[in-house]
Design a protein around this ligand. Structure first.
Ligand code: SF4
Length: 149
């Protein structure tokens, strides 16, 4: 079965900054499991951050700062490297990642002002994976992924 990375919070793991998860529909998880070997990742936890944690956003300078101003870029970069390492170890060419996250978000993330403003950019992990040839799919694109495979 084809291996695929997936954001752990989409599978119901309570690893988000607020200590909660964002699970996708159970039937969708089952449909994914029929086709893929799911490898859960949480780059923020893998980068050494606790749960729950103070929320962080990526600024236009690509530094990641918590809402209290503390710079956590190195944690985010470490988590991204660990995700890439796992992708290579398991031979994944695709990752299903949580949209709008400063780590996992693909294409649109919050802009670093903590005003719920979205901007066109990738999260730190989505960016690293894409630059290394891994196709990143957001949760809103899972149906399309399932119908194309
Ligand atoms: Fe979910 Fe990714 Fe945030 Fe972890 S880093 S909680 S997997 S969105």
């Amino acid at each position: 079965m084809k291996p695929i990375l997936i954001s752990a919070c989409l599978l119901g793991v309570s690893c988000r900054y607020d200590g909660l998860s964002k699970p996708i529909d159970e039937n969708v998880i089952r449909a994914l499991q029929k086709r893929y070997h799911l490898i859960p990742i949480c780059p923020e936890v893998m980068g050494g951050l606790p749960t729950p944690r103070i929320p962080a956003e990526v600024g236009c300078d690509r530094r990641v700062k918590r809402s209290d101003g503390i710079d956590v870029t190195e944690n985010y970069k470490k988590g991204a490297m660990e995700a890439l390492r796992l992708a290579r170890l398991f031979g994944c060419d695709t990752a299903i990642l949580k949209e709008r996250s400063p780590s996992c978000g693909k294409g649109r993330i919050y802009d670093g002002t903590f005003t719920k403003t979205l901007t066109d950019a990738d999260g730190i992990t989505a960016d690293l994976l894409r630059k290394n040839g891994i196709c990143v799919v957001g949760e809103s694109e899972i149906e399309k992924l399932l119908s194309s495979t």
